[in-house]
Design a protein around this ligand. Structure first.
Ligand code: C5P
Length: 239
């Protein structure tokens, strides 16, 4: 179990090269959990996961698996052998796929967390993809989170605006991993639904994923500290 708030801050290594990724990791001495997503993984390959492990860092492998259960199980077993602590699958892959992922991870393996709806989707996209009348996105997120519960997954990924609704429906059965985090005064860039670390903490987020607020800061280590303070205390730092 992770008990310390700093261990619940996942820094997104959204860079395109091994050297940049490892420089960031080495700069952020206090950071213990790092997200490797599809871009960096495709550029650098799985050996990066070994290098992070050698540095005693935890890895959140965000490749959002979505395939037939047998294929996803194989991918999860491979990631488990690489020692990742957390990985993502799409809830829309269905309950059998989610169960296969959890079973492949095993009791000692990574936490398999489900992506409900991508935050880039709007109501009309959901209608087009799932063939139903426009729905409330948050209701759809809560419904899809229910699939994760049915498959006994330990958590889901959700935007700051969805955390409360998920916690209201499922309580502590589901850990919520929340991207879209900004320190007060930061550029929101392409995030339309975002919150401060303090707001995410108060909404009940168990983990926050923070990219540019730390990685694009003039002093990433100081920004990490500001995020950690805000997340731990639930109070926003001065902008
Ligand atoms: O730089 P920023 O803090 O916006 O980065 C957020 C990270 O979280 C990125 O790696 C992004 O891919 C990821 N993410 C997100 N929204 C989601 C799921 C993942 O921003 N719904």
């Amino acid at each position: 179990m992770i008990d310390f708030p700093k261990d619940r801050i996942i820094v997104a290594l959204d860079v395109a090269a091994r050297k940049q990724a490892l420089e960031l990791v080495d700069t952020l001495e206090e950071g213990s959990f790092f997200k490797v997503g599809a871009q960096l993984f495709s550029e650098v390959g799985p050996s990066l996961l070994d290098e992070l492990r050698k540095r005693d860092k935890r890895v959140f492998l965000d490749l959002k698996f979505h395939d037939i259960p047998n294929t996803v199980a194989g991918a999860v077993r491979a990631a488990t052998r690489r020692g990742v602590q957390m990985l993502t699958v799409h809830a829309a892959g269905g309950e059998a796929m989610l169960r296969a992922a959890r079973e492949a991870a095993g009791p000692e393996g990574p936490d398999v967390v489900a992506v409900t709806l991508l935050t880039s989707l709007v109501s009309e996209d959901v209608e087009q993809v799932f063939g139903r009348s426009p729905v409330s996105l948050v209701d759809e997120v809560v419904r899809l989170a229910g699939l994760a519960v049915a498959a006994q997954l330990p958590g889901v990924v959700a935007s700051p605006t969805e955390v409360k609704s998920i916690k209201r429906s499922y309580g502590d059965v589901l850990k919520v991993v929340t991207p879209g985090i900004r320190l007060p005064g930061d550029d929101p860039a392409d995030q339309s639904r975002y919150a401060t670390p303090a707001d995410a903490a108060r909404a009940g987020a168990n983990f926050i994923v923070v990219g540019r607020s730390i990685t694009a800061a003039k002093d990433p280590a100081a920004a990490f500290e500001a995020v950690a303070q805000s997340f731990a205390t639930g109070r926003n730092p001065e902008a």
